[in-house]
Design a protein around this ligand. Structure first.
Ligand SMILES: Nc1nc2c(ncn2[C@@H]2O[C@H](COP(=O)(O)OP(=O)(O)OP(=O)(O)O)[C@@H](O)[C@H]2O)c(=O)[nH]1
Ligand SMILES: [Mg+2]
Length: 253
């Protein structure tokens, strides 16, 4: 399914609005992100009148590309500076509030991120099926410092998904902060977005603790997942087709 035009389903940059403070305070603690275990959730008083919607997200990409670092970044945890190969599947829970444009309703998205070490994935046949089972979205990663990982994107997407799968697909370019060593050009990224109609997000650098660096990707996930569900339920017209070149490259360093 083509990705939706950013900002057409949810209020963009809502985390910057004063009225969202009350909601975002539920995922923050002392100005940092609150950590949520598998069975934990933000405490939402009834007057807030919000629902929690749950989704499974698989993070895909070759070893060392930065899958574990991305999961940590999206959850607001410290990013490991060393590469420790992930020996199995690790899951991370991320809550993210959004306001729907049309109804004005606030929803808390609960993303369960599935991060599987690439070598474990190759070694154990049952891992990929587990990661893909009832998955709602896949983040395909490449590294700006490794051109081969960018070239392999289309293979990666074809290997893991079928054209008929009802799965939101987004691409994340990691290590964007290492621009001196950048191996992938902006025009190559733009071309990829045009051909595949999949938005590419650029990530890198330390986690400064702000919501701004993760908001574009988390909002896009929320927006595309909600739209996918509404389309499946027949409550919205067929997807707003992304015109070639409409997909956004979000630059976050
Ligand atoms: N500078 C920089 N380093 C990064 C970034 N993302 C990841 N890294 C580093 O790249 C190395 C590998 O990252 P990981 O997240 O462990 O890689 P992985 O994809 O989980 O690898 P496997 O578990 O082996 O499949 C680590 O040393 C990270 O600190 C980034 O955006 N910028
Ligand atoms: Mg890992």
């Amino acid at each position: 399914m083509p990705s939706v035009v950013p900002g057409s389903v949810i209020v963009p940059n809502w985390h910057r609005c004063a009225e969202s403070k009350e909601f975002f305070s539920k995922i923050l603690h002392k100005r940092k992100r609150r950590k949520f275990g598998l069975l934990e959730a933000p405490v939402l008083p009834p007057h807030m009148n919000v629902d929690i919607v749950r989704y499974k997200i698989f993070i895909s990409g070759k070893s060392g590309v930065g899958k574990t670092a991305l999961a940590a970044r999206l959850a607001g945890h410290d990013i490991p500076t060393m590469h420790y190969e992930t020996t199995g599947i690790e899951t991370t829970v991320v809550f993210w509030p959004v306001r729907l444009r049309e109804s004005g309703r606030v929803l808390f998205f609960r993303f369960q991120l599935w991060d599987c070490g690439e070598n474990a994935l190759r070694r154990f046949d049952h891992m990929l099926p587990s990661c893909k089972e009832q998955v709602d979205a896949i983040l395909f990663l490449f590294s700006f410092t490794d051109h081969a990982s960018f070239e392999d994107l289309s293979n990666q997407m074809a290997r893991i998904t079928e054209p008929t799968d009802r799965i939101v697909k987004l691409v994340v370019g990691t290590k964007f902060d290492l621009f001196i060593h950048t191996d992938v050009t902006e025009s190559e990224v733009n071309r990829f977005q045009e051909v595949w109609g999949v938005p590419v997000f650029c990530m890198g650098g330390d986690v400064a603790g702000g919501l701004g660096e993760v908001a574009p990707l988390l909002n896009s996930l929320a927006e595309n997942l909600w739209h996918q569900d509404c389309t499946a339920a027949g409550s919205v017209p067929p997807p707003t087709q992304t015109e070639p070149g409409d997909a956004t490259t979000e630059i976050m360093v």
